[in-house]
Design a protein around this ligand. Sequence first.
Ligand code: ADP
Length: 234
Amino acid sequence: KEKVKAEESYKLKSSFLANMSHEIRTPLNAILGFTSLLAQNSVDEEHRKKYIELINSNSKLLFFLINDIIDISIIESNQLVLNKTRFNAKRILSDFINFYNFRGEEFVRFSFVNQYMRETLFIVNDAVRFRQVMSNLLNNAFKYTKDGKIEYGYRIQKANVLFYVSDTGIGIKKEEQEKIFDDFYKSKQEKGNAYGGTRIGLALCKRLVHQMGGRIWVESEVNKGSTFFFELPY
Ligand code: ADP
């Protein structure tokens, strides 16, 4: 049994590594390719701008990808130390409104559904990681929603607080709703990498939420939208 388990985990690791090197190579190739194009004397102003934009966006992708991979590796090797404190999660939630409204998405209404009168929601957990999970989910909501609305909020339950991010975007097929939390999973709906992204954001969220003592899941309907939920101990 132990041998089978070790073999399985070895297989998983090698396919993770193979995938990862592919994911790193793609933006890196773009950066190399466009820098050599840029170095040519004949490049006109319009193309120069375009190449610089592409180099910039691919560098950012690489940067976020490497950050996420480092986080995942830290968690996988049981080295993640949560910095648990008692913090006001409501403050963090309220701050997202300013941040995302500033981006000025025209066709998406964005709101924080604040159903409780009180100003505070104290929980004991890692505030930085909490913000990281929320912003991953909000970034995805904006990425996969072209019009309609994006809402987020929380509900206090007995022993947990349930946080959610809801959108009216492209949605996710039933059979894919669990898989999207796997490493490097990309929905079949999306041709190539049409929306961009590191493809491990949700895999990282799942690991972080588990580590924080909670769970994460999605409810979704194709072309209607998705709601991502995660619970943390209250
Ligand atoms: P990516 O960087 O590709 O967005 P994620 O790990 O964050 O990677 O998400 C995995 C996949 O789940 C995405 O590629 C996409 O197919 C799907 N997905 C995530 N969030 C949403 C959403 N809000 N609406 C529709 N599909 C989503």
